[in-house]
Design a protein around this ligand. Structure first.
Ligand code: NAI
Length: 421
């Protein structure tokens, strides 16, 4: 039987019983991996009887890999992800000392997983620091391969740094380096191709899911040629590739200038009525404020790496924290996708049964949606909502909920499975 997911003309071909490679992860990775798989298996079984099944295949990374093979990220692990396209991973400890800076970054770079997708929604019953958490339903598309995170950095005092500094000052005529002798540098590459593929993925996602808008979040007012260019390339792409399916704020401004505000308002209303995705842009600092005060104004967010990092954690906190927010790293062209818990290895609670497996379970839900197994995804979401509303939770949420029942990681998974059935 063929158990390999393939991609043809940009569309995934998913067999009924696909092999899904998974990395267990370090720390609480061991505690949450198997319970999460049990939940996903139960939802698949409930939805499709025995017809469809996830065939889990463990691949090594992190501490377990190092103990067994002497390497943190063996080539066979990468080869297996390449072969099967879609996989899952628990959290990995960042190795201390030289060599690879982060296994997560290595995975993203090697497989060119250019989108970091983080859907943020609230589950009834989960404690939130904001007044109307039910109005939060956002989908963050964070560019994963560029920006100041590309790792092009020069530490003050080192030879290359002096070369770099001299080049800027002597050859480029740069005068704004205030203390050249003690300055470190970081380079921020933002490309047209990189920006376009990210914004394209965000718009496509909004269209497919009938979501109302895509907000481009940037600091283009200050960083004109990087973040400002990202915004402009994003608008160009929406207007050129998705004309008829999107309406941009830039088009609105153009109509306003040429024909007046009333005509611009009319064009916007017409586009909304036709179900077009409204593409807008907001400066990052204003966005962080707006997302708290008016979360309902934003649906899909398209942004660069550093902004995306900050935004992901703020939005996660608004709906109950990193213990329950899922994520995926995806390349929509090659089909490669790794669905992962967004939190770290939580060494302080590893092995105690306190870990909340929700982040990994919800990442699994994203994976089911990616495979097109939406019925199974819905079953997990309904069962989780039911479990939270009955206040039967793990210790992180128990501490914040009145009248809650404390469950271990495994008991919480069992409770969800009971609610599926
Ligand atoms: P962390 O996310 O592991 O822990 C932060 C706090 O949140 C701790 O108090 C922890 O107990 C709690 N927490 C995290 N996940 C939880 C869960 N599922 N249920 C209940 N409580 C949870 O972040 P930290 O301590 O900064 O990092 C620890 C290690 O994890 C580091 O080596 C770091 O590099 C790595 N890391 C890996 C990530 C990944 O693999 N995607 C992401 C973030 C950190």
């Amino acid at each position: 039987m063929n158990n390999t997911i393939k991609i043809q003309n940009g569309k995934l071909i998913v067999p009924d019983q696909p092999v899904i490679p998974f990395i267990e992860g370090d720390g609480i990775g061991k505690d949450i991996s198997i319970p999460s798989q049990r939940v996903l298996n139960a939802a698949v079984e409930k939805s499709y009887g025995g017809k469809r099944k996830l065939l889990w295949k463990e691949v090594l990374a992190g501490e377990k890999a190092f103990q067994q093979t002497g390497e943190n990220l063996p080539d066979t692990t990468l080869d297996t992800f390449r072969e099967y396209l879609v996989g899952m991973k628990g959290p990995l400890q960042t190795p201390v000392g030289g060599g690879i800076r982060s296994l997560n970054v290595a995975l993203r770079q090697t497989l060119d997983l250019y989108v970091c997708l983080r859907p943020v929604r609230w589950f009834k019953g989960v404690p939130s620091p904001i007044r109307y958490p039910s109005m939060v339903d956002m989908h963050i598309f964070r560019e994963n391969t560029e920006d100041i995170y590309a790792g092009i950095e020069y530490m003050t005092g080192e030879e290359n740094t002096k070369k770099f500094s001299d080049f800027l000052i002597n050859e480029m005529g740069v005068e704004q380096i205030r203390f050249p002798e003690s300055t470190s540098f970081g380079v921020k590459p933002i490309s047209k191709e990189g920006s376009e593929r990210l914004v394209r993925a965000a718009i496509k996602y909004a269209i497919e899911r009938k979501l109302p808008s895509v907000t481009i979040v940037h600091k283009g007012n200050i960083m004109k040629f990087t973040e400002g260019a990202f915004k402009n390339w994003g608008y160009d792409l929406a207007e050129n590739e998705y004309s008829g399916q999107t309406f941009t704020w830039r088009q609105y401004e153009k109509i306003k200038k040429e024909k007046g505000e009333i005509d611009a308002q009319k064009a916007l209303k017409k586009a909304e009525h036709a179900g077009n995705v409204i593409v807008k842009d907001v400066i990052t600092d204003a966005f962080l404020q707006e997302s708290l005060l008016r979360p309902f104004d934003h649906s899909v967010i398209a942004t660069m790496n550093l902004n995306g990092d900050y935004i992901s954690d703020q939005l996660a906190a608004m709906v109950g924290g990193i213990g329950i927010s899922p994520g995926a790293n995806i390349n929509y062209n090659s089909g490669y996708a790794i669905f992962e818990a967004t939190h770290g290895t939580a060494p302080n609670i590893a092995g105690t049964g306190k870990a909340n497996p929700s982040s990994l379970i919800l990442s699994g839900v994203m994976m089911l949606e990616y495979l097109g197994w939406t019925e199974a995804a819905e079953h997990v979401l309904d069962a989780m909502e039911h479990t939270f509303s009955k206040r039967r939770v793990t210790s992180d949420l128990y501490d914040m909920m009145e009248g809650a029942t404390l469950l271990t990681t495994s008991e919480f998974a069992d409770e969800i499975i009971r609610n599926i059935h």
